[in-house]
Design a protein around this ligand. Structure first.
Ligand code: UDP
Length: 161
């Protein structure tokens, strides 16, 4: 039987990352993708889209009563977004650390928000905050047919099998 590195527990964990309209407008798409690629995470879905209020309403269902919700909707529909699904061991937690605190003023230098943003209302990226939420967000943002199962040729150097 053939054992591959993708049989290692947790290696197929997935998270949703979205480059928000400010990140796209500021030409940061490449910089964001670069950080995930250099880490060794694997891209399994990618698209650019104009997000609907319907999708956002589901995506931010827990925030409907917040005072900033109307301006969050305007911000997130103000231009195109780049949505991605990244895969790898512990990818949900590692991505939150890579993205940094919700409030850029509290985000460490070296994080995406800490390096590229200043104010909480324009923090350039979204990342799922738990594996359970990640599964929900991925099925909300992507069709199954838009996600690609593949193994990168360098898997054996990133994971020990
Ligand atoms: N947000 C905002 N003002 C706030 C809190 C949040 O504009 O006081 C926006 C911000 O874009 C944030 C998003 O709402 O990224 C979702 O908030 P959440 O608390 O879920 O933070 P995240 O998971 O994005 O770090």
């Amino acid at each position: 039987s053939s054992t591959t590195t993708s049989d290692i527990p947790g290696v197929r964990e997935r998270t949703l990352v979205a480059i928000k309209p400010d990140g796209v407008q500021r030409r940061l798409i490449g910089q964001v993708i670069k950080r995930f690629e250099q880490r060794g995470f694997q891209l399994v879905g990618l698209k650019m889209l104009q997000v609907s209020e319907e999708l956002l309403s589901q995506h931010y269902a827990s925030l409907h009563r917040k005072p900033f919700y109307p301006s969050l909707l305007r911000y997130m529909t103000s231009g195109p977004v780049v949505a991605m699904v990244w895969e790898g061991h512990n990818v949900v937690k590692s991505t939150r650390l890579l993205v940094g605190n919700t409030n850029p003023a509290e985000a460490d230098p070296g994080t995406l928000r800490g390096d590229f943003s200043i104010h909480i209302s324009r923090n350039i990226v979204h990342a799922s905050d738990s594996p359970e939420v990640a599964q929900k967000e991925i099925s909300l943002w992507f069709q199954r047919s838009e996600l690609i199962d593949w193994e990168c040729c360098d898997h054996g150097n990133i994971y020990h099998s």
